[in-house]
Design a protein. Structure first.
Length: 90
């Protein structure tokens, strides 16, 4: 999966060339720098519950993983294809 980071929550400028350390469930699994689009690549491993990206400037992000999609209504299938129903018409 690719994740893009920006200079701030209100910025449209990507965070380019920022060194980071990547953790999976608290264990360090890699180091790198964001690319020219402010992105990093994470190869998701099964059974990992959470990734964490820690930047050298002290900012960090937690990325929780979802094990499986749970159908909780008969409308989930159509919504997973991009069709959203007006809740007032359901």
């Amino acid at each position: 999966m690719q994740i893009q980071f920006f200079l701030s929550p209100h910025s449209e400028q990507p965070l380019i060339g920022m060194p980071y350390t990547l953790y999976a469930d608290g264990k360090e699994i890699g180091k790198g720098m964001t690319d020219d689009k402010g992105e990093i690549e994470i190869t998701h491993e099964e059974n990992v519950e959470k990734y964490e990206v820690k930047f050298i400037n002290g900012i960090h992000y937690e990325i929780p993983m979802i094990e499986e999609f749970v159908n909780d209504s008969d409308k989930d299938e159509i919504m997973s294809h991009g069709f959203y129903l007006d809740p007032e018409k359901i």
